[in-house]
Every structure is written in C-alpha cells, then in structure tokens.
Design a protein around this ligand. Structure first.
Ligand SMILES: [Mg+2]
Length: 238
C-alpha cells in the first residue's frame, strides 16, 4: 500500500491529494493554531527543556516543568491561525463531505480550553467526525471529544488505532497534516500495516526560523503576564 510524506509551507498544498475516499486528520498546535507570541509555542517548549537540562535537570523533570508552564500559558495566551489558506482548505473539505478528525498530543483536560482557542479563530467546527465523547483504550489516558482525539502522552498512532477499533472506522485513505515529523512517521507505519493509503504532510509554515530565544527568556521573566514579541523586543533594545 502506498505511503507518501512531504513537506510544505502552504496548507493548501494538500488539496490535490484529497479524494472521495479520504479520511482527513489535523494536528492542532502549529497546524490550526499557534500562540500569538514565542512563549507557549512548541519551539519555545523544546528550547525551554534543553535549557533546563543544561542546568542539570533530567529530561523527564525538564519536560514536566515545561509542560506545567506551557499549560499555564495556554490558559491566558492569545492564539492565531498560521495562514488564511486554512479557511479555504476547511471549506473545500466541507463542500466535498470529507470526514475530518483532530489528533492532538494535548491532554483531555485541555479539551474545553482547546475548543475555546479554536473558536477565537473561527475553527471550532473543523472536525466533523460525529461520535459521543468517549475514553479510548490506550496505555495512558486518551479521549475522543467533539471530533478530536486528545492523545496525551500516547503515541498518535496508538490513539488513532484505538479510535478506529472502538468505532469501526476503516478508511481506505488517510491524509494527515502535522508540523512534527515524528507524528507523521507514526501514522505512516500504522497505515502501512493496516494497508491504508497514506499521505502525510509536514506543515512547516510555523517554523523554527521565527524562534528567538532572547525574546523567550524575557517573556519567561514576565510571567504570568504574557508580553507580545514586540513588547519583549522593545525591552531588549532599552
Ligand atoms: Mg503540532
């Protein structure tokens, strides 16, 4: 069965691959939405973990610390979409009645907050897979709610497999957009073994080139207030 992964900075690059047999899956962070500033982003999270480890923390402890901070920031941060093209893609999917699912590493306790954030940018109805909320069988906590799977710390392929099994979903073709390559590989392997055609797109519009560690450090110092990147830059220049 064929699998194909490619990279694009344009979300609409995926449109040509969509057909009537497609089951469409969206990651959320840095695919549909991102924080309006450096702090709270995935790039910031990774950088924060590295800095904590440089100071002697284990990876586990550094990750825990970064996750706690990330969670705190999500509660008050503004979010934005990455490209306007997302709205054209969503309306294309709707017009063609393509089933859509969200697949996020966020924990289920962030479900309400996640949909509040999506609502702020008018993307709260992107996922149309219609099943009542339910827990999924996985090693760690995992839930389906409002069209999205909240994987928590489970690998995305395990969570997706659990969703398919529980709801008798057997797509012929999966398209998945995520900014993180490892998640694209996880689903590729799953699709390959399940003999499902698979197209994965690494969406790189929200990329590391925009990450500025000096801004991140200033914003950390001002928590719980969240400074914009411009405000942090101004402070740097004074
Ligand atoms: Mg992401």
């Amino acid at each position: 069965m064929s699998t194909y992964i490619f990279e694009s900075k344009k979300i609409e690059s995926i449109v040509d691959f969509i057909d009537s047999e497609t089951f469409f899956i969206f990651d959320i962070d840095h695919t549909l939405i991102e924080t309006a500033q450096v702090i709270g982003s995935t790039h910031w999270e990774k950088h924060f973990i590295r800095r904590q480890m440089d100071q002697g923390l284990s990876y586990e402890d550094a990750s825990k610390r970064s996750f706690a901070l990330w969670k705190q920031i999500q509660k008050s941060t503004e979010v934005r979409t990455i490209e306007n093209g997302i709205f054209r893609l969503v309306s294309f999917l709707k017009t063609h009645n393509i089933p859509t699912l969200g697949l996020t590493s966020r924990d289920h306790d962030l479900m309400d907050l996640t949909f509040d954030q999506l609502k702020k940018v008018n993307l709260e109805n992107v996922f149309n897979l219609d099943h009542p909320p339910h827990a999924l069988e996985a090693e760690l906590e995992c839930h389906f709610s409002r069209g999205a799977v909240f994987c928590g710390d489970n690998p995305k392929d395990i969570a997706l497999k659990a969703l398919f099994k529980k709801n008798d979903i057997a797509p012929k073709k999966i398209i998945f957009i995520d900014d993180q390559k490892d998640h694209l590989y996880e689903l590729e392997e799953m699709a390959y073994h399940a003999e499902i055609e698979y197209i994965g797109m690494q969406y790189t519009a929200s990329n590391h080139e925009r990450f500025n560690s000096d801004i991140a450090v200033i914003q950390e110092k001002h928590l719980p207030n969240i400074l914009s990147d411009d405000e942090a830059l101004k402070l740097m220049q004074n």
